[in-house]
Ligand binder design. Sequence first.
Ligand code: DLZ
Length: 155
Amino acid sequence: MTNTYEGGFHGQGKRFAIVSARWNSFFSDQLLSGAIDTLVRHGVEKDDITVVRCPGCFELPMTAARVKRSLDVDAIICLGVLIRGATPHFDYIAAEATKGIGQLAMDGEIPLSFGVITCDSLDQAVERSGSKVGNKGVEAAMAALEMVNLYDALS
Ligand code: DLZ
């Protein structure tokens, strides 16, 4: 018989911070409401959800680092929308956001989830913020719930 650890999706008594980048807010607000709705539907009290807004995806890792230091939360959900433009700016910001959020999680203290969508077009942003391909804010909230329960199981 194997020993298996995995997390459920129970949110009761858990505290979450959502760091949400304001750029492309038409879409990022959809990710934010999807994430909040998912947490609440899994038993998280609204009072236990803290939303922290930052300017753009570049600022997500530094804001999440500050949140981790300042707030007593069980997980941090990072949300943002990157839409490719005519210059390589998109790639630089996407790389920094991905690397920075990943690095912050590597000490294994609390989980961080990655709800940043990287889109080549407005159509892709529409598809990933609540239509054809779902809502990446919902997915990021589900991942955070599962990881919080997994960390509990491993504590
Ligand atoms: C500058 C910039 C550009 C071009 N595009 C986006 C984007 O698609 N999504 C996003 O979240 N932020 C973008 N930004 C802003 C940067 O993330 C950052 O806020 C600024 O460079 C200021 O540091």
